[in-house]
Design a protein around this ligand. Sequence first.
Ligand code: NAI
Length: 482
Amino acid sequence: APPVRRICCIGAGYVGGPTCSVIALNCPDITVHIADINAARIAAWNSDPDPVTGELVNLPVYEPGLAEVVKKCRGRNLFFTTDIEKAIEEADLVFVSVNTPTKKSGMGKGFAADLHYVEASTRLIASVSSSSKIIVEKSTVPCRTAASMRTILEANARPGLHFDILSNPEFLAEGTAVQDLQNPDRVLIGSLKTKEGELAARRLKDVYAHWVPREKVYTTGLWSSELSKLAANALLAQRISSINAMAAICEATGADVQEVAHACGLDKRIGPNFLKASVGFGGSCFQKDILNLVYLSESLNLPQVADYWKQVITMNEYSKSRFAQKVVSTLFNTITAKKVAVLGFAFKKNTGDTRESAAISLCRYFRQENAFVAIYDPKVPEAQIWLDLTEPGVVDDTKQVKEQVTIHKSVQSACKDAEAVVIATEWDEFKTLDWEAIYASMKKPAFVFDGRAIVDPKKLRQVGFKVHTVGQGPEIVDPIWA
Ligand code: NAI
């Protein structure tokens, strides 16, 4: 494999877009084409800057700092295209960064990864290539997918061509993608332990070496690399479910989960990060990757392992339903015809992504209780919210959704005449709201349910609110001290 001069990325989504934009930024000597079958998405990546501010405000993915990176590189060594075949044909190295959602039907339904986008990309690479290439799995895939890709390539490619397959899972977190890509904790590259495999891994390492210290690039075998991505997400999600399980105990006892998390996190073996109790995790990856791991374990005849990881998801579902139930029971056991303001719809702050967002589940619970739901999010487009709330199979009655749900352009408007405010996403702007004004416009008693523990309950109580913070028990006043 020669040094990499031209890169093609198949898939211009949340991973392909930011990842390969950052490669283009750091590697001015490499030409990067990001290709996608979704023409609207490519058009958005190629959209014009705002005529007044000059900023790229219409990119399909919102990430802090991303617009600046794209602006700097686009048209220089970074191109977005729907001409996938040409982009593949010209490349020395192809990232496969397509979606790998949970299968919705057939064998492994609800658990296994749907690999047909990966396979379609692989077949396309085989059919259009007239030169040898390095193929890199960027998508999160089950262990041993690289072997299937190689078989497909070898069976379909022109004679004499050689393809090296690498696994290079992506560890970026949405909301901090650019920062994570610029300064990753590690870059993982898996390859076959053959001479060619190791040379291909070195070529990819040379790309990252433009900006990542070489000691941060860890090379392993293919299967370890593939499994490490599933393992890392399972461990992260497990930490959230673990602290959320503690939150339930805290709420029942009067302990405070923030204090418990802090006390535990001081132990070096545990560490302080990723111990924040919440209404439950969301995002396109955690649940999907754990389900995938569960399926893998079951197919390897390891049912105890499968059950162990399944419990992480069960606990997450419980966190969401427990929170919704808390809202209903606190509002005197009925929210029928009451207005509930939901602040935040994205699955976490600093992203417009709503996939598997806890807010979707909360809105569904509130709707089932016949409440009026008023939603505000600073970044999620209105059309996306409607799509999430009326997705076929989730809610069948679009008309009724529109009767029960309103989408607002400000917090103040969402909260007007509401009985309760539910904080579903930890957007920074919710920390500095004018709570006095919000209180004045609400029905009384006015409730705040903080699903992210981001506002100070004492301050809100001074304003007059009744407050529930996830993981905080009621302030129990012991009669001895009263
Ligand atoms: P996405 O859905 O945002 O993007 C995937 C893109 O691939 C879509 O735009 C789709 O049109 C395109 N695509 C599908 N088939 C294609 C084909 N045959 N030819 C050309 N384009 C095609 O998905 P996202 O979030 O970027 O995820 C991609 C992969 O990365 C998944 O396997 C995911 O598990 C993994 N991942 C995601 C992370 C995240 O934070 N979203 C983080 C780390 C890994």
